[in-house]
Design a protein around this ligand. Structure first.
Ligand SMILES: CC(C)(COP(=O)(O)OP(=O)(O)OC[C@H]1O[C@@H](n2cnc3c(N)ncnc32)[C@H](O)[C@@H]1OP(=O)(O)O)[C@@H](O)C(=O)NCCC(=O)NCCS
Length: 213
């Protein structure tokens, strides 16, 4: 894995980046326990309320906010990673690229709901193959899950990438032990490809799931 060099990054249109750090909307939002949800959910967030803001430079204050967001769910990292998630680890994770991927193919987005940071979506275009969009991480702030934000993020991703005619399939690698996350991806039309891999960073095998773009 290599670290993103800020000087190599694709410039982002100014309109896409906020000038001040986004508030992390954690304290005053009521979590909806997963076990109490039923479909359809009238309280689900409308996809149109969620916006994606690309963060292409680790020096951007929003990049730091995304690091804080990652650190706000230590339980998830304890279940899936072999090392502790702290600010440095979050910075490395969000800035890293696979050795064979080029920086302009990386799309790190802050998810904003009504202007507030609620999640993170990290995507690689044309990786590992030219026709694949790989989702490296989708994370919603822990106390805001179960309200349709993850669903809305994928809907916004579809809209953002519909002109990417090179992309034929979406791919995600999910830690095998994360039954809830696998259920989420299955609910979004992903299915297991039969491929899995292990690496030193994860505490369990990664199961590869894909769907048509
Ligand atoms: C997976 C994740 C992004 C989903 O975001 P979200 O905003 O809660 O998703 P939505 O509200 O749109 O959809 C929730 C659905 O996901 C499933 N789900 C996700 N996590 C679940 C859990 N822990 N337990 C039960 N179901 C879960 C449910 O099937 C639910 O389905 P429903 O809509 O029929 O109720 C979020 O739970 C998260 O950030 N998890 C930690 C990081 C992670 O696992 N990321 C995915 C791997 S990259």
């Amino acid at each position: 894995m290599k670290r993103l060099d800020p000087h190599l990054l694709t410039p982002v249109a100014p309109v896409d980046l906020p000038t001040a750090p986004m508030p992390l909307d954690l304290p005053d939002s009521r979590p909806i326990p997963h076990h109490s949800r039923a479909s359809p959910r009238p309280e689900a967030v409308a996809s149109s309320r969620l916006t994606l803001h690309r963060v292409a430079n680790p020096a951007d204050p929003v990049f730091r906010d995304l690091c804080l967001l990652l650190c706000s769910d230590p339980a998830y990292w304890a279940q899936t990673r072999t090392m502790t998630m702290d600010a440095r680890a979050a910075h490395d994770m969000l800035g890293n690229l696979p050795a064979d991927a080029s920086p302009e193919r990386k799309y790190l987005w802050a998810l904003r709901l009504d202007g507030k940071l609620v999640g993170c979506l990290d995507v690689l275009r044309q990786w590992p193959t030219r026709s694949t969009l790989s989702i490296g991480l989708l994370m919603v702030a822990p106390n805001l899950r179960g309200q349709g934000i993850g669903h809305a993020a994928l809907e916004q991703l579809r809209l953002r990438t519909r002109a990417w005619s090179d992309v034929r399939r979406w791919r995600v690698a999910v830690v095998e032990s994360q039954a809830g996350a696998r259920r989420f991806w299955r609910g979004k039309a992903f299915s297991e490809t039969g491929q899995s891999r292990t690496d030193a960073a994860h505490s369990a095998p990664l199961v590869v799931m894909e769907r048509a773009a």
